[in-house]
Design a protein. Structure first.
Lengths: 525, 447
C-alpha cells in the first residue's frame, strides 16, 4: 500500500478542485455552446435510434410479429412477390407504405397508430381478412405509388396484346383506378383466383337430379312453384294482390333523399313476384342453355331476332368464391337480367320480366308505410349517426329481415338466413340490390301523370336503370324501402379488360342481382 | 377527358424532361426572359443540315416499294457512316428494283441479306442492322413496329402507322416500350420536320394568332395510281400490288395522305378532336373498295372545330394545305401568319438564290430532315419517339373514316376502345376468303 503524505493529498485535492472549477468556468462562459452541443448529441442519439426504430419496424419479421395475420405472411411467401424466377422480394412495407418522398413517414405513423390501437382494443378474431382484399378497401393500405416504384415499365416486351390494351386503359383512367383493380391477388397468393375467361363457369350440373320437362300450370291467382324445363331448377312465386300505395318519401322521413320526393299515390294491377332473388341455380340454367363463346351474338341489334342469345363466359369467378346454389346470382349486367327474363318466358310459356320500380316498392312495403316493413326507424339502426357510432346501433328487428353491412360478413347470404315480409317475399331489402325495368330519373315521381297513376313504368328514355333494395354492403340507412339507386355502367365495368367491354357481366359490381315478376295471363282466374 | 389521358399526355418522357432541364440551363433561360417558349419546351426537332459523325449505322428496309426506296435513299443521305444491311419485301421484283438503285452507289445488298415473303420482316429484324425502315402497306405496320422494338432496333416508320384501332393501340403500347428501352422512333409525318412549318408553329405556339379556335384542312387531288388485276395473280397478290385501293391495306386515302393535314391541325390546335361526323362516297374509282372523297367535321370541344376534306377525282378544284384561325389572327401553318384584317404579320424567310430571290423551298428537304433527326438522336443520345403522337393523328383519321363509312358520329373514346381490326387474320399468297365491299352509310328506305 502506498501512503500519500498529507501534503500530496492536499495538492491532489486542489488540483482536482482547480480542474472542476476550470471546467465549470468554461461551461459558464460557453454556456450556449454547451447547450447546443448537448442538443446536437441528444438529437443525434434520437435520430440514430429513430433510424434504428424505423428500420426495425419496417422489417417483415416485425410486421408479422403480432401474430394476428400469420396467413398474410404465408400467402405472401407463395405470391409472385417472393416466389419468382428473378429472386426479387417485395417486403411488407414495399407495398403497404408509399415510397419515401410520397408520404412514407406520414403513412407509417398513421398505419402504426391504427395497428397499435387495433392490437390493444380490438379482437383480431373478428377481423374479416377476406373482405379487406376487395380493391376499394385494400387501396386504403396498399399504395399505387409503391407498385409503380418497382414496376416502372408497364409495357415489357413479354406483355400480351390484352395486357398492352389493359395498361393503356389504366393509363387513360389512372384517377379512377389503381393497379389493385386488376392485380388484387398479386401480393398474397390465392390459389382460386383467376383473371381470365372462365369457360367452365357453371358446368357443375348434377346428372342424378330430376330434370323437369314441363313448366308449372298456373290457372289460379295464388302462390305457385315454377319449374324450369330442361333443368332441375324450381323456384317459388308469390301472388301479390292488386292495390294502391304511396311511393316515395317525404322530407320529414329520416335518411330520405331528394330523388324519393314527392310521395305519389300509385295503383297497381296484380302480379306474381319471386319469393327470393334469382339464385345461381336459376341463372346458371339459363347460362348453360344459352351461353355463347362468340361475343358478337349478344349484340343489341340481334335482340329482336333471337331472344336466346346468351352470355359470354365471365372473367374470373362471378360468385366471388362465396358459393353458388341458392345464393343470389350477382354481377350480371342489367342487359343479361333482361335477356334471362325473355328466355325464362319462352321456356315456361309465361310472361316473366323485371319488376317496375313501383311494383318493387309496393311488394317491398307489403302494406307498410314506414321506412321498413318491420318496426323501427333508420335512426335506430344506422351506424352513421354519432350516437350509434359511439354506443352501437340497435339491430333487434332489422337483423332478422335484412342482410346488410352489420350481419353480412361482407358477402351475400343464403335466403334461409332471413324472414319474409308480409307478402312472403325474402330479401327485398338487403342481400343484393335488385334491377328494375325503369330508366332512372331523379325526378321520376314528379313526372308521373296527373290524376290516377296506374302501373307506372318510369321515364321513356334514360341512360341508367333503377336499382332497389340496397345490399349486403349497405348501412341500414340505405336498405330503406323507399331508397333509390341506379346502375353505374361505366364504373361497374371499370376493370373489364375486354375491348369493347362485356355487355353480360359487370367486372366491378358484386352487390347487384335481380328478382323476376310474372304477369298473370288470361289463363289465370 | 382527363389530363392523364394517354392521348393528351405530354410527349416528353421523363427521360426527355431530364434532358430538357439540362438544356434549359443555357438556351431557354435566355429565351424565357422575353417570354418566348424554347424549342425544347415546344418539343421541336433539331434542324441540322447533316447528322453529326458517329457510330456507323446500318439500315434494314422492310417494304421495297417507291416510298421504301425513297426512305432508304433519304436515310443514306442524312450523314456519313450510313449504310444499308438488309432488304425485305413480299415480292422479289421489288427487291431487285431497290438493288438496281443501290448499284449506282455501290451499295447493293447481297442476296443472302435480301428476304422475300410475308416473314421477310422477321428475317430483317434478326439481321445485324441498327435501324429498320418500315415502309410496307400500312396494314402491317403495327406488327412490324412491335417486332422491331422486340429486336431492339431503332425505327423509322412511314405514316399511316395503322389502319384500325387495334393497330393503333399496338403502336401506342409499343411506343411506350421503345421509350423504356431507349430506342428512337421517327415517323414519316414529314411536315413536322419541314423548316417552314416548324418555324410557323413556333410563332403560333408563342401566341402569334392568339388562341387557336378553328381550322380547315384539305388534300384534294387527281386520282392516284392503281393496278388492274392480272390473270395470273391470286387475290392476295392482286390486293398487295394494288394496296393503295383497299381499305384494309391502306386505311383509305383519308389516312394515307390526308393524315398529314390532320396531323398538322392536331399539332397547331394542341389537341385531338373529341368526335367526328363526316360523309363521303365513291364515284370514279375503278378498283378496290375505297372511297373517292371525304368531308369531315371534327369537334375539338368548347366550340372549336376543324373541317377536313380530301378527294381523289380528276378535273376538280384541287389543293393541299391547312388553315388555322385564332383569336388574334390566322395562319396557313406553312409559312405565313395573318392579322385578322388579312394583312401579313409574319412570313418564313426562305433561302435565297444567286439573284437574291426567295427560292420558296426549305434548305433541307423534310424527307431527309427526318432521317437526320433520327441519326442525330441515335448518335448524340437525344432521345426521340414520335410514334405515339402520330398514332393519335392516325386514330383521328380512323375516327373520321369510320364516321363517314357508317354515317354516324364517332367519339374518341369509342374509337380508342374499338376492337375493329381490318383484313385477313393470316397472310399467304393465295385466294382470300373475304368480301371487300365498298361501305354504304345508313340503311335503305323501307317502301
Amino acid at each position: 500500500m502506498v501512503e500519500h503524505s498529507t501534503y500530496s493529498i492536499i495538492k491532489m485535492e486542489r488540483k482536482r478542485f482547480n480542474f472542476v472549477r476550470r471546467i465549470s468556468k468554461l461551461v459558464q462562459r460557453r454556456k450556449h455552446l454547451f447547450i447546443l452541443l448537448g442538443g446536437v448529441t441528444l438529437g443525434l442519439v434520437i435520430v440514430q435510434s429513430m433510424e434504428v426504430a424505423m428500420k426495425h419496424t419496417s422489417t417483415d419479421e416485425y410486421c408479422l410479429s403480432c401474430h394476428v395475420h400469420d396467413h398474410a405472411g404465408d400467402s405472401w411467401k407463395l405470391s409472385s412477390h417472393v416466389d419468382n424466377k428473378g429472386g426479387v422480394q417485395a417486403h411488407c412495407v414495399d407495398c403497404h407504405l408509399p415510397p419515401k418522398g410520397h408520404g412514407h413517414l406520414a403513412a407509417k405513423i398513421k398505419h402504426g397508430a391504427k395497428d397499435v390501437y387495433g392490437y390493444f382494443f380490438k379482437d383480431s378474431t373478428d377481423f374479416n381478412w377476406e373482405a379487406k382484399r376487395a380493391p376499394e378497401i385494400a387501396n386504403g393500405f396498399t399504395y399505387e405509388s409503391a407498385c409503380l416504384k418497382c414496376h416502372t415499365n408497364l409495357f415489357p416486351t413479354t406483355l400480351s396484346q390484352k395486357g398492352d390494351d389493359s395498361h393503356l386503359y389504366y393509363l387513360a383512367n389512372q384517377e379512377k383506378m389503381t393497379c389493385l383493380n386488376c392485380h388484387q391477388k398479386m401480393g398474397h397468393y390465392d390459389p382460386t383466383y383467376k383473371h381470365e375467361h372462365n369457360k367452365d363457369f357453371g358446368n357443375n350440373s348434377d346428372e342424378n337430379k330430376t330434370v323437369y320437362t314441363a313448366a308449372a300450370e298456373v290457372t289460379e291467382f295464388k302462390n305457385y312453384t315454377e319449374f324450369i324445363p330442361g333443368s332441375s331448377v324450381s323456384f317459388n312465386m308469390k301472388a301479390i294482390p292488386a292495390g294502391e300505395f304511396e311511393i316515395g318519401s317525404t322530407k320529414d322521413d329520416s335518411f330520405s333523399e331528394k330523388d324519393e320526393y314527392p310521395k305519389k299515390k300509385v295503383k297497381l294491377s296484380r302480379f306474381f313476384m319471386a319469393e327470393v332473388e334469382v339464385s345461381w341455380d336459376e341463372f346458371l340454367a339459363w347460362f348453360n342453355q344459352t351461353s355463347s363463346e362468340g361475343r358478337k351474338e349478344g349484340d343489341a341489334k340481334t335482340e329482336e331476332v333471337d331472344a336466346f342469345s346468351g352470355a359470354t363466359p365471365p372473367w374470373g369467378a362471378p360468385d366471388q368464391g362465396w358459393g353458388k346454389g341458392t345464393r343470389p346470382a350477382i354481377t350480371m349486367s342489367h342487359h343479361a337480367a333482361v335477356m334471362y327474363c325473355k328466355w325464362l318466358s319462352a321456356v315456361t310459356g309465361k310472361n316473366y320480366r323485371l319488376p317496375t320500380e313501383a311494383e318493387w316498392e309496393y311488394a317491398a312495403r307489403a302494406g307498410s308505410k314506414t321506412a321498413y316493413f318491420f318496426e323501427g326507424d333508420p335512426k335506430d339502426y344506422s351506424n352513421q349517426t354519432t350516437w350509434n357510432k359511439i354506443f352501437g346501433a340497435d339491430t333487434t328487428f332489422i337483423a332478422r329481415y335484412v342482410i346488410y353491412d352489420v350481419n353480412s360478413n361482407s358477402k351475400t347470404q343464403d335466403p334461409s338466413a332471413v324472414k319474409a315480409n308480409p307478402f312472403g317475399l325474402k330479401n327485398m331489402l338487403g342481400n343484393v340490390a335488385e334491377f328494375c325495368s325503369d330508366w332512372y330519373a331523379s325526378n321520376a315521381y314528379a313526372k308521373y301523370p296527373k290524376g290516377e297513376v296506374l302501373n307506372p313504368k318510369g321515364p321513356k328514355k334514360g341512360r341508367e336503370h333503377v336499382v332497389r333494395g340496397g345490399s349486403f354492403k349497405d348501412d341500414a340507412g340505405l336498405v330503406r324501402v323507399a331508397n333509390r339507386d341506379y346502375t353505374k355502367t361505366k364504373a361497374w365495368l371499370k376493370t373489364d379488360p375486354q375491348v369493347p367491354k362485356s355487355i353480360w357481366w359487370y367486372s366491378d359490381a358484386v352487390h347487384v342481382g335481380f328478382r323476376v315478376v310474372c304477369e298473370p295471363d288470361e289463363r289465370v282466374k | 377527358m382527363s389530363k392523364k389521358d394517354i392521348s393528351r399526355r405530354s410527349f416528353l418522357g421523363t427521360a426527355a424532361v431530364a434532358g430538357v432541364v439540362g438544356a434549359i440551363g443555357t438556351s431557354s433561360l435566355l429565351s424565357s426572359c422575353n417570354g418566348k417558349k424554347s424549342r425544347e419546351e415546344l418539343d421541336l426537332p433539331p434542324l441540322l443540315d447533316r447528322a453529326p459523325k458517329g457510330k456507323p449505322l446500318k439500315a434494314g428496309l422492310i417494304g421495297c416499294g417507291h416510298r421504301g426506296t425513297g426512305a432508304l435513299m433519304n436515310f443514306l443521305s442524312a450523314g456519313s457512316g450510313l449504310t444499308v444491311g438488309a432488304l425485305g419485301d413480299v415480292f422479289e421484283d421489288k427487291i431487285h428494283h431497290v438493288n438496281d438503285r443501290l448499284k449506282k452507289y455501290k451499295l447493293e445488298v447481297p442476296e443472302e441479306r435480301c428476304f422475300v415473303g410475308f416473314d421477310a420482316f422477321q428475317k430483317v429484324m434478326e439481321s445485324d442492322v441498327d435501324v429498320v425502315l418500315l415502309a410496307t402497306p400500312p396494314h402491317f405496320r403495327p406488327e412490324h413496329f412491335k417486332a422491331a422494338i422486340k429486336a431492339k432496333k431503332h425505327v423509322f416508320m412511314e405514316k399511316p402507322v395503322a389502319v384500325d384501332p387495334v393497330g393503333v393501340r399496338t403502336v401506342i403500347a409499343t411506343a411506350r416500350r421503345a421509350e423504356k428501352m431507349g430506342l428512337n422512333v421517327v415517323t414519316g409525318t414529314q411536315r413536322r420536320h419541314q423548316r417552314d412549318y416548324v418555324a410557323t408553329y413556333e410563332q403560333v405556339a408563342n401566341g402569334a394568332i392568339g388562341k387557336p379556335l378553328s381550322a380547315r384542312a384539305n388534300w384534294n387531288q387527281e386520282h392516284v395510281w392503281f393496278r388492274r388485276r392480272q390473270p395470273e395473280w391470286t387475290d392476295m397478290e392482286y390486293m398487295m400490288r394494288n394496296w393503295n385501293n383497299f381499305t384494309w391495306l391502306s386505311g383509305d386515302h383519308i389516312l394515307d395522305t390526308h393524315i398529314h393535314n390532320i396531323d398538322i391541325v392536331n399539332w397547331f390546335m394542341g389537341d385531338h378532336p373529341v368526335s367526328a361526323l363526316g360523309y363521303g362516297g365513291r364515284h370514279r374509282r375503278v378498283t378496290g373498295n375505297q372511297w373517292d372523297f371525304f368531308s369531315i367535321d371534327f369537334d375539338y370541344g368548347n366550340g372549336r372545330f376543324s373541317h377536313s376534306m380530301c378527294r381523289q377525282i380528276d378535273n376538280c378544284t384541287n389543293g393541299v394545305g391547312e388553315l388555322v384561325i385564332g383569336t388574334e389572327g390566322y395562319t396557313n401553318c406553312k409559312n405565313t401568319i395573318y392579322n385578322l384584317d388579312g394583312t401579313i404579320k409574319w412570313q418564313y424567310d426562305y433561302p435565297k438564290d444567286k439573284e437574291g430571290k426567295s427560292t420558296g423551298r426549305v434548305k433541307i428537304p423534310p424527307y431527309i430532315q427526318e432521317h437526320i433527326h433520327l441519326v442525330t438522336a441515335i448518335r448524340t443520345n437525344k432521345y426521340v419517339n414520335e410514334a405515339e403522337r402520330t398514332a393519335v393523328s392516325n386514330l383521328t383519321a380512323i375516327m373520321a373514316r369510320e364516321s363517314a363509312y357508317t354515317g354516324k358520329r364517332i367519339t374518341w373514346d369509342e374509337i380508342m376502345n374499338s376492337d375493329m381490326r381490318l383484313g385477313p387474320k393470316e397472310y399467304h399468297m393465295g385466294d382470300v376468303d373475304m368480301e371487300f365491299e365498298t361501305p354504304v352509310p345508313g340503311t335503305a328506305i323501307k317502301s
